[in-house]
Design a protein around this ligand. Structure first.
Ligand code: GLN
Length: 282
């Protein structure tokens, strides 16, 4: 089959089954599997594609049509301009999380912070980006789940940074690891699970393919903020700062989880005017 024919076949399969971004998805899969970008596909459309490659792409398109996230099929996704390995068992880094990283980066640089903890690190999108941007700062990345932790380790390997450490533990239960081995954190950054149990069933089919444990945060969506407020404060240096991502309308509840401990706070809104980043000084 020629590249042009194969592309048309995939495009029409995706048009029926994927939302309005079907063309983008098709281009990404085509480039990743056939190895021809948009320009080459158009200028060399009559190139013959081998049966093996055709079959590989058709299988990928089928799996995308069945609701598998594009990012899982590609196996890599860009965040803050860096490539992260992603796949089943780990949350896909989201563009809105870049706001959290940008604000954290600003604070680290302005105050020359030396130790940052990234709780619920997943792929390491947040913590590894910060470590890359701040070579003088040591970033500890905490993750509980085996599959997510293996993606974290893979990403640490390709980033090949000296200033990161991965800790496998449950951040809601400090008895699961030796906290005495940790230095005090100048900043704790976290994009924890924050979706209310009642909202999970109405999520997009692609999101439902991501780990439930990376999304769901109990009845009120606040389980992790509460646990962090209760348990991690003693692990912070004086004048420490917490920086969280939260969901639509959650910022005031997140701040209430820190009742009586807050010196000052700030809420930042994303490009959809949703309260996305909460900064709490303690
Ligand atoms: N910190 C990771 C991210 O932002 C994973 C978050 C999670 O698993 N809830 O992508």
């Amino acid at each position: 089959m020629t590249a042009g024919e194969l592309y048309s076949l995939c495009l029409s399969a995706l048009k029926e089954s994927v939302g309005e971004d079907y063309r983008f998805d098709c281009d990404c899969l085509f480039e990743s599997i056939v190895g021809l970008d948009r320009v080459k596909r158009i200028t060399k459309g009559d190139l013959t594609v081998s049966d093996t490659v055709c079959e590989k792409l058709i299988n990928a398109v089928k799996s995308r049509a069945n609701g598998e996230p594009l990012q899982y099929i590609l196996g890599k996704w860009s965040f803050m301009g860096y490539e992260f390995f992603v796949g089943k068992g780990v949350l896909i880094p989201r563009p809105e999380t870049e706001a959290l990283v940008l604000r954290a980066d600003e604070i680290i640089k302005a105050n020359k912070l030396s130790t940052v903890f990234d709780l619920c690190a997943g792929t390491g999108a947040v913590g590894l980006s910060l470590a890359k941007l701040n070579p003088d700062c040591t970033v500890y990345l905490f993750e509980k789940y085996d599959e997510a932790f293996s993606y974290l380790q893979k990403n640490i390997e390709i980033f090949s940074l000296e200033n990161v450490k991965a800790v496998k533990c449950d951040i809601t239960d400090l008895a699961t690891f030796d906290v005495s081995l940790l230095p005090l954190a100048d900043m704790i950054v976290s994009n924890p699970p924050y979706i209310k149990a009642s909202e999970i069933p109405s999520l997009q089919r692609e999101v439902l393919k991501e780990p439930f444990t990376a999304l769901s945060a109990g009845e009120d969506g606040l389980v992790f903020y509460r646990a962090i407020s209760e348990k991690w404060l003693p692990l912070m240096s004086k004048n420490g700062v917490f920086l969280f991502e939260c969901g639509d309308g959650q910022s005031s509840d997140v701040i209430s989880c820190f009742d009586g401990k807050v010196k000052s706070f700030e809420v930042y809104y994303d490009f959809n005017n949703i309260d996305r980043v909460v900064e709490i000084h303690v």
